[in-house]
Design a protein around this ligand. Sequence first.
Ligand code: GLV
Length: 333
Amino acid sequence: MKPGILVTRAMFPEVLERLRETFDVIDNQADIEYPPEALAERLQGRVGLLSNAADTINAELISRVPTLRAVCNMAVGYNNFDLAAMTRAGILATNTPDILTETTADFGWALLMAAARRVSESERWLRSGQWKRWTYDMFLGAEVYGSTLGILGMGRIGQALARRASGFSMRVIYHNRSRLSPEVEQDTRATYVSKEDLLKEADHLVLVLPYSKESHHAIGAAELAQMKPTATLVNLARGGIVDDAALAQALADKRIFAAGLDVYEGEPKVHPALLDAEHVALTPHIASATLGTRLGMANLAADNLIAALGFGPRAGQPPNLLNPDALTQRASS
Ligand code: GLV
């Protein structure tokens, strides 16, 4: 009998077919939402889960599904995992890094440009029939060429964003938990600065740091107050890194110029004041959404699940294992 797995959300049919070669698969092509209770019920007796960044994998779920051996996120972020609890239970956890880096960096630029140059806002205005004549001061935006790009969180995506900045002759400054090597700083033409200097000096500040308790509200009222009134803020990372209410207030008070947001606190709900705000470009968490990248992410999550559950050429060694200690834990239990 094939081992049982659950795929929590609708999925590329070809990836489901691949998984079915090895597993007995419960899919969710109707894309029904599983609250925690329903997720635990659907998982009964299953050994693997191909999860989405919105599925909470915590000690409670683990205690209700003692058969679970591997959870593989189709996302680079994994703040939905309680990694310590998973490791204690010998459950392998994986994500999908690298494959989405360039696509996500492209989208960071799309949002930055859309917010700074007021693309979404002017399109809304045009579509609502308000364009009667051209005027010299219509939708004046912020300069991009030759300005200063600030990046908070200089991992793979931050570095890919920085590399693109040389085409706009921008100065690039960054802040990160740890400073990059001189080689990477040279390659990305990025200069390390304190968080305070990053906030003060960036004309366009892009957030690409992982969400954790430590990064919760990394950008709140105090940080927004330090930014230039002409600055653009782009959140490409996770909801909760920005205090969305404080951001809406800062935009209303013209404390900063514009915002481009792909992620939100409590998404898919969006703070109503952001929905009403001008100088804002809003997208529904689509930074990695190209066909090639999403298919690549799905296949990588499947590769991880196949290997994590002991099949295929990398049996027992999934390519993107986040908690190698779970292997030791598993061996000793
Ligand atoms: C998307 O948000 C991801 O983490 O891949």
